[in-house]
Design a protein around this ligand. Structure first.
Ligand SMILES: [Zn+2]
Length: 381
């Protein structure tokens, strides 16, 4: 049996040869989008003849700070979910409450890492009925692979809310065009984005033996979400259509609010009151001029993607126009302050859902962020 990675690669080729069969191209065409191929080989859909696919690496980083957001509606953090839930209710979805972030119903993971985790394995496999169908959910998730990026890139979190749009349907009731039209209507009416500011990527997804096409959506270099259509399963005799097809759209709650505000970092939109309190308590001040120049390049310092940290700091400092040492002195205390707020928030959710910092399994992850926050407090207090 091929691995998920091989399945994804092969299916992506199949799907891009027959886009009309696997993507909601009728809706895209109706909305005035055209299909193009980027230099990075990705097939994408644009309504303004955009020259690249819109991925930050191809389009030159985030471009929505400082009054440049193209969103015509400004939503605060809580407002995003309230608006999203009422928008989708009108479209026939039931908004449900989040599940605990401690994944007690699963034995393969300690924490919920995506909204679809709520429904794995038994709802997705068809053995248990979903709580509503279709549904939307604001699911708090924990992921610990990006800890060192928290505070620095302005976009990374250990704890975040994934807004999920899910449907679990037999093939005869599956309506991919509707699911796609619904999420597009959130972008255009919910966020107030004109079509020329949205780029859709054709992609494929594979996991746990299932696979299908997916569409990622970007604006101004920021990936807002990804709509996955789990439609097939891999068998020893080749691919087979699933008896229960699953819609798995995941969108970053924090990113939606950040994007419509066009704020410098997403932390100040997600927990503004906590930021204010921490600024007051520490006396740390933001050098607006430096930060304005730094933030478009902040994503370059993503530690997962860079090989030579020192070289990258030097490169970014050059772009900002100050010495590397000075840039670090401006950025690191701020990164520490945001990390303290971010880690405290993750711990608050985990502990109130029954998790505890310890020396094993998921408890160890909680201990790592608790220690990281405490060490920043020691260093900068
Ligand atoms: Zn590209």
């Amino acid at each position: 049996m091929p691995t998920d990675k091989e399945v994804k690669k092969a299916f992506k080729q199949t799907a891009s040869k027959n886009p009309d069969q696997y993507y909601a191209t009728s809706v895209l065409k109706e909305e005035g989008f055209k299909r193009k191929q980027c230099a990075c080989k990705i097939f994408y859909w644009t309504a303004c003849d955009a020259p690249t696919c819109g991925d930050p690496a191809c389009s030159g980083g985030f471009r929505f700070f400082g009054g440049k957001t193209p969103a015509q509606r400004e939503l605060d953090y809580v407002g995003v979910w309230n608006e999203f839930a009422s928008h989708f209710k009108k479209l026939g979805y039931t908004p449900i409450k989040r599940y605990p972030v401690v994944a007690r119903w699963r034995n393969d993971t300690d924490f919920v890492q995506a909204s679809i985790y709520d429904f794995q394995p038994y709802v997705v496999s068809g053995e248990v009925k979903p709580p509503a169908n279709p549904l939307v959910v604001p699911q708090f998730c924990l992921r610990f692979n990006d800890i060192d990026n928290v505070g620095i890139t302005g976009a990374h979190y250990t704890g975040f809310v994934m807004i999920g749009q899910h449907a679990f349907m037999p093939p005869e009731q599956w309506n991919q065009a509707k699911y796609f039209r619904d999420i597009h209507s959130w972008l255009s009416k919910g966020l107030g984005l004109p079509n020329k500011e949205i780029t859709f990527h054709e992609d494929a997804w594979a996991g746990g033996g299932n696979f299908g096409p997916c569409m990622e959506f970007f604006s101004r270099g920021l990936e807002l979400g990804n709509q996955v259509y789990m439609m097939f399963e891999q068998t020893p005799h080749g691919p087979r259509e699933l008896k229960l097809k699953v819609l798995d759209m995941g969108m970053g709650h924090e990113r939606n609010a950040w994007f419509t505000k066009g704020a410098a970092t997403s932390y100040e939109t997600t927990f503004p009151t906590v930021c204010k309190k921490l600024f007051h308590a520490t006396g740390i001040k933001v050098d607006e001029k430096v930060m304005e120049k730094f933030l478009p390049y902040a994503s370059y310092l993503n530690v997962d993607e860079i090989e030579d940290t020192e070289k990258t700091w030097n490169f970014v400092a050059q772009k900002v126009g100050i010495e590397t040492k000075e840039l670090r002195e401006k950025v690191l205390p701020l990164a520490a302050l945001f990390s303290v707020g971010e880690h405290a928030r993750s711990l608050l959710f985990a502990i109130s859902d029954g998790g505890l910092p310890s020396n094993v399994g998921g408890g160890y992850n909680l201990r790592v962020i608790l220690r990281r926050a405490l060490s920043f407090i020691d260093k900068y207090e």
